[in-house]
Design a binder for this molecule. Structure first.
Ligand code: 5GP
Length: 152
């Protein structure tokens, strides 16, 4: 099955997909530019943008362009590529938002499009996904994205 949002997107035939329906994920629409986002970085295979409900300032999502639900269904090569891409983004986040470390988490319970959360941490409490999320203005998101991009 091939999810064709635009030619910019990668297609995926799932070996386990035995249904004849598919739903284009919100993240594929973001990659295609059909839904706005605060973009941080992009290459041929991966895309990074700010989480719209951040745990802390700088909380960023890194996704493969190929639409795959479960992170561990990505191929070894895709996992290697997304991790190298995420490393570049994480180092830029850390410079923009000085922190003890940038934490990485894979959940995927809400959006069925594999993604890595990158969260600048001062303590492990910053990685608790049940914490209340920040409510930021458009201007704040724009400023955060521009601060991170300065270090890429
Ligand atoms: P998970 O699937 O890992 O549980 O969480 C998905 C994450 O995607 C959440 O942190 C949520 O805030 C974020 N998210 C969901 N929809 C959008 C969206 O339309 N734009 C952005 N930038 N983030 C989103």
């Amino acid at each position: 099955m091939c999810h064709k949002v635009s030619s910019a997107l990668k297609c995926w035939a799932s070996p386990s997909d035995n249904q004849n329906i598919s739903i284009i994920t919100i993240f594929s629409k973001i990659i295609a530019g059909e839904i706005p986002c605060y973009k941080i970085a992009e290459d041929d295979d991966c895309f990074a943008f700010l989480d719209i409900n951040p745990l802390v300032k700088g909380h960023t999502l890194v996704i493969p362009k190929r639409e795959v639900d479960y992170f561990f269904d990505l191929s070894d090569e895709e996992i290697a590529a997304i991790q190298v891409f995420a490393k570049r983004v994480a180092l830029a986040i850390q410079k923009a938002f000085p922190c003890r470390k940038v934490g990485q988490a894979v959940l995927g319970l809400e959006v069925p499009h594999a993604h890595i959360h990158l969260v600048p941490m001062q303590s492990e409490g910053d990685m608790l996904f049940c914490n209340p999320k920040l409510k930021l203005t458009n201007e704040e998101f724009v400023e955060i994205a521009s601060q991170i991009k300065r270090f890429l």
